[in-house]
Structure formats: structure tokens, C-alpha cells
Design a protein around this ligand. Structure first.
Ligand code: SF4
Length: 408
């Protein structure tokens, strides 16, 4: 469900400087940011002949004079190169069900510690959670969060994994990979929720550290990406193919269906045909419902019939695991064995019901393996969403609490 991510516009709304950058105006780094401990050297850039710095992290390739921020607001040029200005800062932390990312085939029912920073490298007019990242407010409220503290909090909270979500982790890559490494050292898995808008070299580094991902495929036309999202389609397709062919990252894909914009039969048929051919039948695809938000309030919510139509088209294309999201529809949200038809995981929104899998993910009726990462019985986290204050897990600080949740 994409309320879970992509909060860039909230940041921009509250931040005139970021808004200026969207409109192509120069954006200055202030001295406090330059000297902040949250500002660290950034990777993936080179210097242009005219002295500017080009960021090579995402296909936007911002070209910046020293002191200017990129469109994502998180990264900026200095006299010495690029910096990331949000290392160790977060817009907030919550324990969520992993199904909320959405991931239906990755440690089902488990709790996942979720956080993000501020900014985004796309400019989607329909952003479904821009209000979650009013960056100046968030910056005042948020805990500082070192990779080690996040790993400790995830452990103490009984989470099996940590999610880089709410905004796109591409733009805080250096921080995300350090957090993932710290989590790995204590047995916590890492999950990226991303639009997949990243260039090849950083993509390889980033996904080396990830165990799972949910990638937005926002539409299936270049025109939609260009006019509605401020990006391009092909780099996203490249990321999906990369994940499938060159990594062991478990990934699922989400498409938010917007009435009249990306939900035609022809577009959905083309998308599902590409999906089946390039990603195969076993990659889960989620069709989620849009609601009017941010700069797109002139369209109705996505009707349930559109989600069901998309599901039918995807199944006809041969996809085995196709889900509807952001609606109550047990039939459309449950996982069915593609060999014998038994319900493997009953699901209504984020709440699990039936469970007909062995501990390693085989159908209890016919023995066929379900695609995904299954490790024992399902978790029992349910649909809860619990905000967390990171400083409570700092054992060197005054307010450390004992673990408060049973492991799920
Ligand atoms: S990551 Fe940010 S600064 Fe770099 S190219 Fe993308 S939008 Fe520009």
C-alpha cells in the first residue's frame, strides 16, 4: 500500500527550498547543514568540465553548483563533491506488519521496523502519503538513529526485519546500506520499498545489502512516468529485470491504479505480458487502490471492480500471485497454490487467517513449493501499527525500556 512510502512532496510542501529546486531554482545549503554530523560524503558523482558536480545516483543526474541541493533534497553539492544530508535522521519509526510494505511472501505475519527520511527523486502528483513527511516538523521530532541503534531496536522489538520505506531509500543509500549491515550482524533482514529509480552501479551496491524489496511499477507508459511522476519508465524496468536475473533478493511489485490514467485494459495487458515474459510467473504483483491526494484530487477512488479487472488480466497473462490492496477482499488478497488450488495463506488486508504451508513453504495438500521466503509458522503481529521512539532503545541513554513485544 503506497500510503507507506514516497513522502517527498510533504517535505517539499514544508520546505520552500525544496520547492524552489523543483522549479529549477538554485537551492542553498546552509552552514548548519554543512557542519551537521548528519551530513556525510556521498557516493556516485563526478565533476563536470564546467566545475559543477553531477550526481550519478539516479537517472535524474542533477548537475549542481557547490551549495545547491538536488531535486531529492537529501543530496547536495559542496566544493569537495556530493554529500548526503540526512544520514542518521528519520521522519519517524513504526512497527508494521510486513504485509503493509506490501510483501505477502516474505516472513508472513511478522513485524517489521519501518522508517524513512525525507525527500524523493520522483515527483508523483498522486503521492499517497505526502503528509507523512512534513520535513521540518519531522526533523524536530525525529530521533537520531545510528545503524547500531536501529539494529538494537529491531531486535528488542521482536522484529524479523527492518524496512527502508516512507520515502525512497535510493536517495539515502549510504545510510541504508550501513543500517542493513548492522542489522545483518544481529540476524535482522533488510527490506527496501522503492520506486526502483536508480542507476546501475549504485543499484548493485544497494541490493547487495537487501534481503527483500517491493518495487513500484507506477504505470506502463513513458508518458505516464514523464508527465505524472517526473521520471522515465525504462530505468524502473531495468531495475526489475536486474533484481530477477542478477540477485537473490526476494521482490514483489506494486502498481497503484489511478482511474483514467494507468488502468486501461490495453496498458494492463501490455504490462502483464512484459511482467510474465521478463520476471516470470512467480513474482507477486499487487494492484492497489488510489485515493485522491496531494496534487491529484480530481479523480475518484479506484473502484474495486478495476482492481478485480486488473487481477483477472494478470492471471490470464500467467502470473501466479496477484493481489488487490487497500481494500477488504479476502478472495483477492489471499494466496492460492498454483498447482492444486488450495488456499495457502488466507489474508484480508493485513490480517492473516488460513495457513496451509509447511515450515519451509510447501503446500500441505500437494507439496508444491510456494515462491517466497517462509521460515517456520506465520507471525502474529496482525494489523497493528505501533509508533516507536528510538531513543528508548539507547542503552547508553537515560530512557531505555525493556523489550516490549513478543517475537513474531
Ligand atoms: S539522487 Fe537526488 S541529487 Fe542525485 S540525481 Fe537523483 S534527485 Fe538528483
Amino acid at each position: 500500500m503506497r500510503q507507506d512510502k514516497c513522502s517527498a512532496f510533504g517535505a517539499r510542501l514544508e520546505n520552500p527550498a525544496a520547492t524552489a529546486q523543483i522549479h529549477g531554482m538554485a537551492e542553498s545549503l546552509d552552514d548548519a547543514t554543512l557542519t551537521s554530523p548528519h551530513t556525510v560524503p556521498g557516493r556516485y558523482w563526478h565533476r563536470l568540465d564546467d566545475g559543477r558536480v553531477q550526481c550519478d545516483l539516479c537517472p535524474r543526474f542533477c548537475k549542481l553548483h557547490a551549495g545547491q541541493r538536488g531535486l531529492c533534497f537529501s543530496r547536495a553539492a559542496t566544493e569537495d563533491g556530493m554529500v548526503l544530508t540526512s544520514y542518521g535522521r528519520s521522519s519517524g519509526f513504526c512497527v508494521d506488519p510486513v504485509e503493509k510494505k506490501p510483501l505477502n511472501h516474505f516472513l508472513p505475519g511478522s513485524a517489521i521496523l519501518s522508517f524513512g527520511t525525507a525527500g524523493c527523486n520522483l515527483t508523483c502528483k498522486f503521492c499517497q502519503n505526502w503528509d507523512m513527511s512534513k520535513s521540518r516538523d519531522m526533523d524536530r521530532l525525529a530521533d537520531a538513529a545510528s545503524p547500531q541503534l536501529l539494529a538494537r531496536a529491531a531486535t528488542d522489538l521482536g522484529c524479523r526485519s527492518i524496512a527502508f520505506t516512507y520515502n525512497d531509500p535510493t536517495i539515502f543509500l549510504e545510510y541504508a546500506v550501513d543500517v542493513a549491515a548492522a542489522c545483518k550482524s544481529v540476524g535482522i533482514k533488510s527490506v527496501a520499498v522503492s520506486a526502483g529509480y536508480i542507476t546501475p552501479e549504485p543499484r548493485a551496491e544497494f541490493y547487495r545489502h537487501m534481503d527483500a524489496a517491493n518495487i513500484d511499477l507506477k504505470g506502463f507508459t513513458e508518458d505516464f512516468y514523464r508527465t505524472i511522476c517526473g521520471g522515465h519508465l525504462q530505468p524502473v524496468l531495468d531495475t526489475l529485470v536486474y533484481l530477477k536475473r542478477e540477485t537473490n533478493v526476494w521482490f514483489e511489485v506494486t502498481t497503484l491504479l489511478i482511474p483514467g490514467l494507468n488502468d486501461s485494459d490495453a496498458e494492463l495487458e501490455a504490462m502483464c505480458a512484459w511482467f510474465a515474459e521478463n520476471l516470470g510467473p512467480g513474482v507477486p504483483l499487487h494492484f492497489t487502490a488510489y485515493h485522491p491526494d496531494w496534487k491529484m484530487r480530481d479523480r475518484e477512488r479506484t473502484p474495486a471492480s478495476t482492481l478485480q479487472k486488473a487481477q483477472t488480466i494478470a492471471r490470464k497473462a500467467g502470473l501466479r500471485y496477484v493481489y488487490v490492496g487497500n481494500v477488504h477482499d479476502k478472495q483477492g488478497s489471499s494466496t492460492v497454490c498454483h498447482q492444486c488450488g488450495q488456499i495457502l495463506i488466507g489474508r484480508d488486508w493485513y490480517v492473516l487467517s488460513d495457513w496451509n504451508l509447511t515450515a519451509d513453504g510447501h503446500c500441505t495438500a500437494c507439496g508444491k513449493k510456494m515462491a517466497g521466503v517462509i521460515d517456520g509458522p506465520p507471525g502474529i503481529w496482525g494489523a497493528k501499527r505501533r509508533p516507536v521512539r528510538l531513543r528508548d532503545f539507547d542503552r547508553d541513554g537515560p530512557k531505555h525500556n525493556q523489550p516490549v513485544f513478543a517475537r513474531t
